[in-house]
Write a protein that binds this ligand. Structure first.
Ligand code: GAR
Length: 220
């Protein structure tokens, strides 16, 4: 059973979706053992406590990026964490953090990467007039919203969309693909080669049928 840490800064709806997927048995080989936040008020911390999951706030005030990350990494190592899941964690990780958990950090971003990195991805997409948008779960590298892509979801963009309506549509799919990516991860189905992710033991046809982001039946 892998030990998962979730890092978040706010609402925590992706964290909640992963938690539900574990509780419902969709994900069987991992459990969330700690939730860490850089925001004392994060709703995600409350959700964790309600579920009896250790939830800690580390204050970033007065610390450099790396100093802060050293505090977090020390804590995660003490807790024997295997994988780190960024779920609305609004800090850029230092090289030190990324190296400490090399190829063991996942992130979700509300855009079809490599387009629209950074803040307000949905607004950036609308400003470009794209006709489809989506979300991406990827392994984290030293570069912001970069790294090998694991799963993506696609949603349409309508003429009368605004940032809120598009974000809502994308978020719904985030709640499907993040648990799915975590499931693949803890089942040992992901392999990395030349900066790309390959999903083991899954024929293309099966992948499309079972991918909850595109309507598969085994979603959560
Ligand atoms: C999600 O839309 C996630 O994709 C985004 O923050 C939101 C967090 O929501 N992350 C990023 O923009 C990372 N670059 P949540 O707290 O309800 O999961």
């Amino acid at each position: 059973m892998y030990r998962l840490a979730v890092l978040l800064s706010g609402r925590g709806s992706n964290f909640e979706a992963i938690l539900k997927a574990i509780e419902s048995g969709f994900i069987t080989n991992g459990k969330i053992t700690v939730v860490v936040s850089d925001n004392r008020q994060a709703r995600g911390l409350e959700i964790a406590r309600k579920h009896n999951i250790e939830a800690v706030f580390f204050d970033p005030k007065g610390k450099s990026r790396e100093e802060y990350d050293r505090v977090v990494v020390d804590y995660l190592k003490q807790r024997d964490v295997d994988f780190v899941l960024l779920a609305g964690y609004m800090r850029i990780l230092s090289e030190f953090f990324v190296r400490s958990f090399k190829n063991r950090i996942l992130n979700i971003h509300p855009a079809l990467l490599p387009s629209f990195k950074g803040l307000h991805a949905q607004k950036q997409a609308l400003e470009k007039g794209v006709k489809v948008a989506g979300a991406t779960v990827h392994f984290v590298t030293e570069n912001l919203d970069d790294g090998p892509i694991i799963v993506q979801s696609v949603v349409p963009v309508f003429d009368d969309d605004n940032e809120e309506s598009l974000s809502k549509r994308i978020l719904k799919t985030e709640h499907k693909i993040y648990p799915y990516a975590v499931k693949l991860l803890v089942e040992g189905k992901l392999s990395l080669k030349d900066g790309k992710v390959y999903i083991k033991d899954t024929k293309k046809e099966e992948f499309f049928v079972s991918n909850p982001a595109i309507g598969g039946s085994d979603g959560v």
